[in-house]
Design a protein around this ligand. Structure first.
Ligand SMILES: N[C@@H](CCC[C@H](N)C(=O)O)C(=O)O
Length: 292
């Protein structure tokens, strides 16, 4: 019998998501279903999917339920799981407020990368405390066609390789994933950022995301870029006690990233819900028959 699954569509600086509210974790979302929902021609379309579940109802977040009522079960567009999604968590918080699950002000959201504090402005942007950046040791290079660049290895809960380039066009079409070396550097894949300077503490970037392809924005990527640019510029808030802010322009909009003296990185940007509707489960059943 056909039933219907409610969904919404949203984006943060044009990094777009299918949102599936499922408080009691009763909807099965295997990778093939996620990929079909995110398909831009045959499905709803999105860079990823935000499965909205109560922490207590999900095995990956039950241990966080006392700190955060809601768990962002994030999936990449190809169905794979990632630790964290910075644009996603802003859209997730915006959805929670719109649905009446939370009010304005400060809330906590559980993610596979830990609990994130989110500040929701009444009308405006959303700020997320993204945690501290780690700089895994070892030199890394990334490559596209004939170009290779040294890259900074930055972990924001998920892996990033940040390359400063002369011109963003050098990254080419980014239809396929950039290469990286050494081959052992990223056993679980990597998000690759290409960065140019726009002015003092102001950069622009493109990104190729693990599990997705080139996207119009990446929140964790913008944080990785901001801290890589700060270190390149000789700025380290932990050493000086003064916070450092970078403006990061992406094809889909602008994010403002501040690294505090305690190392915490705050990301501020917009979140938008553009539509809501229902998925006919007959469509999913057909999909399971075609792609068992
Ligand atoms: N778009 C996201 C990052 C999503 C996860 C990434 N593709 C990965 O696999 O690590 C963001 O806004 O941070």
């Amino acid at each position: 019998m056909s039933t219907r699954i409610a969904f919404l569509k949203g984006h943060g600086t044009e990094n777009d998501f299918v949102i599936v509210p499922d408080p009691e974790n009763s909807i099965e979302l295997p990778p093939a279903t996620v990929a079909a929902l995110c398909d831009r021609r045959a499905g709803v379309g999105g860079d990823g999917l935000l499965h909205v579940v109560r922490s207590a109802a999900h095995p990956d977040a039950r241990h966080l339920a006392a700190e955060a009522e809601w768990f962002m079960d994030y999936r990449n567009g190809d169905g794979s799981i990632a630790e964290m999604c910075g644009n996603g968590v802003r859209v997730f918080a915006h959805y929670l407020r719109r649905a009446g699950h939370v009010g304005d002000g400060d809330i906590a959201v559980a993610t596979r990368g830990g609990v994130k504090s989110v500040h929701i402005d009444k009308e405006g942007d959303i700020t997320v405390a993204m945690g501290k950046a780690l700089f895994p040791e070892g030199d890394v290079t990334v490559g596209v066609a004939d170009h290779t660049w040294p890259a900074r290895n930055v972990n924001m809960g998920n892996p990033h390789a940040v390359a400063f380039v002369d011109d963003l066009a050098q990254a080419g079409s980014l239809y396929s994933a950039p290469s990286f070396a050494p081959a052992t550097a990223y056993p679980h894949g990597v998000n690759v950022e290409f960065v140019v300077d726009r002015g003092p503490r102001h950069v622009a970037m493109r990104v190729h995301e693990r599990g997705v392809g080139e996207t119009r924005s990446c929140g964790t990527g913008a944080c990785a870029v901001a801290v890589a640019a700060a270190r390149r510029d000789g700025l380290d808030p932990a050493a000086t006690g003064a916070p450092v802010t970078y403006t990061v322009d992406l094809p889909g909009g602008r994010l403002v990233i501040t690294e505090r003296a305690d190392g915490e990185i705050e990301m501020t940007g917009p979140a938008v819900i553009v539509a809501e509707g229902e998925i006919d489960t007959d469509w999913l059943t057909v999909l399971e028959t075609v792609n068992p």
